[in-house]
Design a protein around this ligand. Structure first.
Ligand code: ADP
Ligand code: MG
Length: 534
């Protein structure tokens, strides 16, 4: 008798889950992630308190921030987190919605799997549905009329967030910021810097036509403030020659040393003289500035900052139109930048350098001040949502009705489309439609309303042709949300539908999960999988 030998094709430390187990496991993980963020959706959503291993606390209701901080392990759940990040990078808002939608798409796909519908059929149906939904969105979105609507978009994005108390003022700042930077064709949210100032300098939030550095001037003998300043940007150091490379200097007598030092000082003097004679009143240097150089610059009444980061140098350049210079022989008035005021300001125990009143700045700064880090951070996240939405609406010029209206209308139109198709894909398209309704459902539920009643009423209104009716959570009424000014850019929705359907389809296609141990990932309940393998 020959004994049966086991055959090993993978190292022992790879665990494997496959077939139904892999699928169900991934779906479950995605559902869990969606459930976590669900209660934060909308203006009445709750916040999450996250404490990391170092004991740092974050309080937020921003979807992507929650997932980022959660140290998620499961591979499918990680795909959801990546998706939320894509949403954040592409639009800047809608991260909770996209996660909720993907979770719901998978949950509903599971129902179809239970009915023995093959995953490839579901994937095909979902693909049809997503493509059709994008088309419908284009048709039913409405053009952006005026600045007032941009403000409504910013306000909608910030409703119920940390910025709630100041949302009117902050919305104005966002609109003004976007109006300024949009003179440049390729503007983006990168061109609006959000500067947090802790320590209650002024309670006011403000927009600065320029930027703020987390830096003080290099030397206390330099002026605190320069008005109508000509600004010079240099990316080389004002220090002794080649301090990085170890130069060996042989000196055998004190006189030699003295003359060496004198020659170095002379060299620094010649450098600083060039700057002083150029007429520049402010210098931002990407590298170091030696004490001797600081002394000469201070004596000439020049304001200088050293070791300014490269990205800040670029921002100063964009704000003030100064060119970054690599060689002092190139100094020329044309390369100078300009700002009305360059000033060191102290707030709390931190110094900042304000560069404000720039002409035609391509970069502007929204200053948010407050007394605690938690509060300021959450305001910053809200501003970024508002900013992302305003820029998206500004660029595409198309908006949609919020408060769950657009989702109800998309679902309705998708159901009509499904009927024209027939076949098993039709069932998947219907589940896609059901998944979209998870958004108004969560909005209602989070506000303590009866979601079933709300959805039924919304659907009835849309059947009757009130295509912009949504749930207004200011007054808990169902009404035309375009008229009530609860509006969002179309791009939030197109991006969410694209990403959520892609991730759902990707997860549905997986029927095998192979995990190397030592990755820290716990291959999902793999005992069952091993049994299936013998
Ligand atoms: P996300 O991370 O997906 O942007 P939010 O918590 O910002 O999540 O919630 C966005 C949802 O809240 C959108 O569907 C939007 O239409 C809705 N919403 C915003 N303001 C209101 C309001 N006043 N009434 C009803 N729904 C609102
Ligand atoms: Mg939002």
């Amino acid at each position: 008798m020959v004994e049966k030998q086991p055959v090993y094709v993978m190292p022992e430390n790879v665990s494997r889950t496959f077939g139904k187990d892999a699928q169900r496991n991934n779906i479950l993980a995605a559902k869990i992630v969606a459930d976590i963020v669900k209660t934060t959706l909308g203006p009445k959503g709750m916040d999450k308190m996250l404490v990391d291993s170092g004991g740092n606390v974050i309080v937020t209701n921003d979807g992507v921030t929650i997932l980022n901080e959660m140290e998620i392990d499961h591979p499918a759940a990680k795909m959801m987190v990546e998706m939320a990040k894509t949403q954040e990078n592409e639009v800047g808002d809608g991260t909770t919605s996209v996660v909720l939608l993907a979770g719901k798409l998978l949950e509903n796909a599971e129902k179809l799997l239970d009915r023995k519908i093959h995953p490839t059929v579901i994937v095909k149906g979902y693909k049809f549905a997503a493509d059709r939904a994008l088309k419908i969105l284009n048709e039913i979105s409405v053009p952006l009329k005026d600045q007032n609507v941009l403000k409504q978009i910013a306000m909608t994005a910030m409703t119920g967030k940390g910025a709630e108390g100041n949302k009117e003022r902050l919305s104005d700042l966002i609109i003004n910021a976007v109006n300024i930077i949009s003179s440049e064709r390729n503007f983006s949210s990168e061109d609006v810097k959000v500067q947090k100032i802790k320590g209650n300098l002024t309670e006011e939030n403000e927009l600065i036509e320029g930027i703020i550095l987390d830096k003080e001037r290099a030397n206390v003998d330099m002026p605190l403030k320069v008005e109508k300043g000509k600004i010079l940007l240099i990316d080389f150091s004002l220090e002794l020659r080649s301090p990085e490379t170890e130069t060996r200097i042989a000196v055998s007598t004190p006189e030699q040393l003295e003359s060496f030092i004198a020659s170095e000082e002379k060299y620094l003097k010649s450098l600083t003289d060039k700057i002083i004679n150029s007429g520049a009143k402010v210098v931002f240097c990407q590298k170091g500035i030696d004490d001797v150089a600081q002394y000469y610059l201070a004596k000439a009444g020049i304001f200088a900052c050293r070791r300014v980061s490269k990205s800040d140098m670029e921002k100063i350049s964009k704000a003030t139109s100064a060119k970054i210079i690599s060689n002092l022989n190139d100094i020329n008035e044309k390369e100078f930048g300009y700002a009305d005021i360059i000033e060191e300001v102290r707030a709390g125990d931190q110094q900042y350098t304000y560069i404000k009143g720039c002409r035609n700045p391509k970069v502007v700064t929204i200053v948010i001040s407050g007394s605690t880090d938690h509060a300021i951070d959450e305001i910053e996240r809200a501003i970024k949502d508002g900013l992302g939405d305003v820029i998206s609406a500004f660029k595409s010029g198309r908006i949609v009705a919020g408060g769950g209206s657009i989702e109800i209308e998309l679902a309705r139109k998708l159901r009509i489309y499904a009927r024209t198709l027939g076949g098993r894909e039709q069932l998947a398209i219907e589940e896609f439609a059901n998944s979209l309704e998870a958004i108004p459902e969560a909005l209602a539920e989070n506000a303590g309303l009866d979601p079933i009643e709300v959805i039924a009423e919304l659907k009835r209104r849309h059947e009757e042709g009130s295509v912009n009716d949504g749930l207004n959570l200011f007054n808990n009424k169902i009404e035309d949300t375009i008229i009530s000014g609860i509006v969002e850019p179309m791009k939030v929705k197109t991006q969410a539908i694209k990403s959520a359907s892609e991730v759902a389809m990707m997860i549905l296609r997986i029927d095998d999960v192979l995990v190397s141990k030592g990755t820290g990932i716990n291959a999902a309940q793999n005992s069952a999988a091993y049994e299936g393998m013998d």
